[in-house]
Design a binder for this molecule. Structure first.
Ligand SMILES: C[S@@+](CC[C@H](N)C(=O)[O-])C[C@H]1O[C@@H](n2cnc3c(N)ncnc32)[C@H](O)[C@@H]1O
Length: 269
C-alpha cells in the first residue's frame, strides 16, 4: 500500500493552502485515504510523483480532481434556518421597498446545492406574496466539481425530503422513485452554477445584494480567511448583506462591515 511520507504530506498541505486557502495540516490520514485512489487511477507509484504530475498538468484537471476528493461538502436544507427567517422577515422587505430592477444573491461554497435551493424557495414564496419584489437571481459557486454537478442535477435522497416543510415538499420537489426526489425547474431556472475558487479574485466580477458564505472559512487558515473576507466585502453592493456560518466570526480588524446579529453583516450604504 502506498504511504504518504512526512515531506509529501507537507507539500500537499502547502499546495492546497496556497491555491485554495484550505488548511489541512491536521488531516494527514484524510489526505492519504482520499488521494490514494487518485494515485491508483493514474497508475502513479508515490505521492511525490503524483504532486509532480498535478503541477505539470497545465489543463488543471488533476488539481480539480484532487480538490474534489479533499473538500468537505457537508450541507443540508434549511441549515442554520434563522438566517433564512432573517432574509424573509428583514432583508427581502427592505429590498422590495427600494423598488430595484433585480436582486442578486451569491451562495459562495454552495456544496451540493441544498443551501441555494432553500434560498430560492424563500425568494419564490416571498415573490408570490409581494409582487413588487424584484426578480431574484442566484449565483451558486464551489470548487468541488463533484458537489457542483450534484447541485446542478438537484436530485437528493428521499430522507432529505422530510427536512423541508410539507408545503415546500409538494410545491418545489418531484418524487422520482422511492429513493430520491428532484428540485423542480421552477427553482433551478433562477440559479446559475459555477466552478469558482474563492481564493482567485479575478473570478469574482459581479456585485451582490446578498452573499451567503457559510461554513466555508472554518477550513481556512488566518491569512486566507482575511483575504477572502476582503474579497466578499468588495463584492457586496452598498447596503448588501454578508451571512457567514454561525461558527464563523469576522474579526473586527478584518472588516468594515457592520455586525447586525448572529453571523449577519451589512455593508454601510
Ligand atoms: C461545508 S460546505 C458548506 C456548504 C454550505 N455553504 C452550508 O453552509 O451548508 C463548504 C464548501 O466550501 C467549498 N470550498 C472550500 N474552499 C473553497 C474555495 N477556496 N473556493 C470555493 N469553494 C470552496 C467546499 O468545496 C465545500 O463544498
Amino acid at each position: 500500500m502506498i504511504r504518504l511520507g512526512k515531506m509529501e504530506f507537507l507539500d500537499i498541505v502547502d499546495y492546497i493552502r496556497g491555491r485554495y486557502g484550505i488548511n489541512l495540516e491536521k488531516k494527514k490520514v484524510l489526505i492519504e485515504c482520499r488521494l490514494r485512489s487518485e494515485l491508483d487511477r493514474y497508475g502513479i507509484a508515490s505521492f511525490k510523483d503524483y504532486m509532480k504530475a498535478v503541477r505539470a498538468d497545465e489543463s488543471g484537471q488533476m488539481a480539480g480532481e484532487m480538490i474534489n476528493r479533499l473538500t468537505t461538502n457537508y450541507t443540508y436544507f434549511m441549515r442554520e434556518f434563522k438566517h433564512f427567517d432573517f432574509i424573509r422577515e428583514t432583508i427581502l422587505p427592505a429590498a422590495t421597498a427600494k423598488n430595484k430592477a433585480d436582486y442578486q444573491a451569491w451562495c459562495a461554497g454552495c456544496a451540493s446545492g441544498e443551501e441555494c435551493y432553500t434560498l430560492a424557495m424563500i425568494f419564490q414564496d416571498y415573490r408570490e406574496e409581494n409582487s413588487a419584489m424584484p426578480a431574484a437571481h442566484i449565483t451558486a459557486t464551489d470548487i468541488s466539481e463533484g458537489a457542483l454537478e450534484h447541485a446542478r442535477q438537484g436530485i437528493y435522497p428521499m430522507k432529505e425530503l422530510g427536512t423541508l416543510p410539507p408545503k415546500w415538499q409538494e410545491k418545489y420537489c418531484t418524487v422520482r422513485d422511492e429513493k430520491s426526489f428532484e428540485i423542480k425547474k421552477l427553482l433551478k431556472k433562477d440559479i446559475q452554477f459555477k466552478n469558482q475558487n474563492l481564493m482567485e479574485p479575478e473570478g469574482i466580477r459581479k456585485r451582490y445584494d446578498l452573499i451567503l458564505c457559510r461554513n466555508v472559512m472554518i477550513y481556512f487558515d488566518a491569512d486566507s480567511k482575511k483575504a477572502m473576507i476582503s474579497r466578499l466585502e468588495n463584492s457586496l453592493k452598498p447596503g448588501g448583506y454578508l451571512i457567514v456560518g454561525l461558527a464563523e466570526v469576522l474579526p473586527r480588524e478584518f472588516t468594515t462591515l457592520e455586525f447586525i446579529g448572529a453571523a449577519i453583516y451589512r455593508k454601510p450604504e
